[in-house]
Design a protein. Structure first.
Lengths: 128, 405
């Protein structure tokens, strides 16, 4: 299977790899996928009081397309508001990275990771 | 076998044709072109003579008689012919076949086809080391059992099944013993007499011969009968119709002769390289696991799980190495390897496996380069892996409610 240049670029030079402090109230953590399925994405977002994503970090266990999808979304969501970030759909990721049909689930996981990380932040905030 | 720094480490998938084999084959693509089945003229005799020499070379490597060797298009056809052909011949008497869950797809699919056509098939579990348990096999044999089909060397994990013990058991219980020896012939000693093998499948391109040819050994004493699966002119003693390709037969024969002559020296060399590679990986990388029995295996196969690093992602990081992965992502079905699953390897670890194949043309420099590349990629990907991070922090990954998808 040949990978698109964009997948290779994100795989070889992944953006925003790392972790944020999960205990920080400003930080939301999303952990999606399952080891048994072969993909797990951890996406963390740091959100400012005015609802803007200041920072994003990821770690991913998965194939090149999964790594590229998560790297790409960290780039896309940085600087966006929560609402803007939630508008990112798996289609956008799949189209941009030119993912073949068998890799569409990687982009689905990326969309789920954004939703999950933001939900975690919002849950924390509502309990504050 | 390095070209542009690409290192070939996928010898279970296929092997390059040995240049000595290619050389013997060449004349049969040009000046010697006769049809071996033309029994009445010089050109036919020329081809026939070459084919009969090849048949003898193939027979020798498994200690059989040339009369017991049928040329086919490859091990897939041999396995189909052995299983479906024998089943069809004896179906009025016996309708039960035993095989195991780690067999090659062509054996499993042939068995499933028979299942749909009235046969009863037992798919034996294997032990966690990949080997068939003889007591389990003994218990599975019943009055209506026709045949046991157990492969010699597993293509994914390299384990060598106890052929001699299985053969003795089958002979004692009066059932035929077929073995898919595509990965074994030329790599590990096979003796159809000593091992009481009744049918055995061979592949040309797995032993440094050409693709498109294989053979089936069919025992004559006591005789094994089968129904041919291809209708035609009745070549190969009625068991496999179609004009033989002298070019390919000569290649397979020569490949067998070279393999037989050099097996001992070559095995020792491959063992040395395999040990070197595995040691290097183990010294630098914690939490790696060899899949399949560590002793009862063909050393040219290293199937290793690298915990917390997904196999396809890893392959992308070692793009100068041609290896294979048991990860789901490399298959169209998105299912991880059924062989590793049969061993009881957890799905997570099955996704992290690489099959590294070492062969006749592998050099120490290549092995050292491979070790370096794999160590660098695994280390890098573990730093990116949330599972590695959690495991390092002491989180029990089994305690987490994974979402899946």
């Amino acid at each position: 299977m040949a990978y698109s240049e964009k997948v290779i670029d994100h795989y070889e030079k992944p953006r925003n790899v790392g972790s944020l402090d999960a205990k920080d109230d400003q930080v939301g953590t999303g952990l999606v996928g399952a080891p048994a399925c072969g993909d797990v994405m951890k996406l963390q977002v740091k959100i400012s009081d005015d609802g803007r994503i200041e920072d994003a970090k990821f770690k991913t266990f998965g194939c090149g397309s999964a790594i590229a999808s998560s790297s790409l979304i960290t780039e896309w969501i940085k600087g966006k508001t929560i609402d803007e970030a939630l508008e990112i759909k798996n289609r956008d990721v799949a189209e941009y990275l030119e993912l073949p049909p068998v890799k569409i689930h990687c982009s689905v996981l990326a969309e789920d990771a954004i939703k999950s990380a933001i939900k975690d932040y919002q849950t924390k905030k509502s309990h504050r | 076998m390095s070209e542009n720094n690409h290192i070939y480490l996928d010898y279970q998938s296929t092997t390059p044709c040995d240049p000595r084999v290619t050389e013997k084959m060449m004349p049969f693509l040009s000046e010697i072109f006769g049809n071996a089945h033309s029994r009445t003229h010089y050109h036919g005799w020329q081809a026939e003579q070459a084919i009969e020499k090849a048949r003898k070379q193939v027979a020798n490597i498994i200690n059989a008689s040339p009369k017991e060797i049928i040329f086919t298009s490859g091990a897939t056809e041999s396995n189909n012919l052995a299983i479906k052909g024998v089943a069809e011949f004896y179906r009025d008497k016996k309708t039960h076949i035993i095989t195991c869950k780690t067999e090659h797809k062509c054996v499993l699919e042939s068995c499933r086809w028979l299942e749909r056509n009235g046969f009863d098939i037992t798919y034996l579990d294997v032990e966690p080391n990949g080997l068939v348990n003889l007591e389990t096999l003994n218990k599975a044999i019943r009055e209506e059992t026709l045949m046991v089909s157990v492969m010699a060397v597993n293509n994914e994990i390299g384990v060598i099944q106890p052929l001699k013990e299985i053969g003795a058991l089958c002979r004692k219980r009066g059932v035929f013993f077929h073995t898919d020896a595509a990965q074994a012939v030329g790599k590990t000693p096979i003796d159809v007499e000593e091992m009481n093998i009744d049918l055995l499948s061979i592949s040309g391109h797995k032993l440094y011969g050409p693709k498109g040819i294989g053979a089936l050994y069919v025992r004559r004493k006591p005789r094994v009968r089968l129904v041919s699966q291809i209708s035609g002119g009745g070549q190969e003693r009625g068991m496999r119709s179609g004009t033989l390709s002298a070019f390919l037969c000569v290649g397979l024969g020569e490949a067998c002769e070279i393999a037989q002559k050099e097996m001992a020296v070559e095995s020792a060399q491959i063992q040395k390289l395999s040990d070197r590679l595995y040691q290097k990986l183990k010294e630098s990388l914690p939490q790696i696991y060899l899949n399949g029995d560590p002793i009862m295996r063909y050393p040219g196969n290293l199937n290793i799980s690298f915990a917390h690093v997904e196999g396809e992602g890893l392959m992308m990081g070692i793009k100068n190495l041609s290896v294979s992965s048991g990860s789901a992502c490399t298959s169209a079905s998105l299912e991880p390897s059924y062989v590793l699953k049969a061993l009881g390897v957890e799905e997570e670890l099955a996704h992290t496996s690489l099959r590294i194949g070492i062969g006749r043309f592998t050099t120490q420099e290549e092995v050292d380069q491979a070790a370096e590349d794999i160590i660098a990629a695994v280390t890098h990907l573990r730093e990116m892996s949330p599972l590695w991070e959690m495991a390092q922090a002491g989180v029990d990954l089994k305690s987490i409610q994974w979402s899946g998808h």
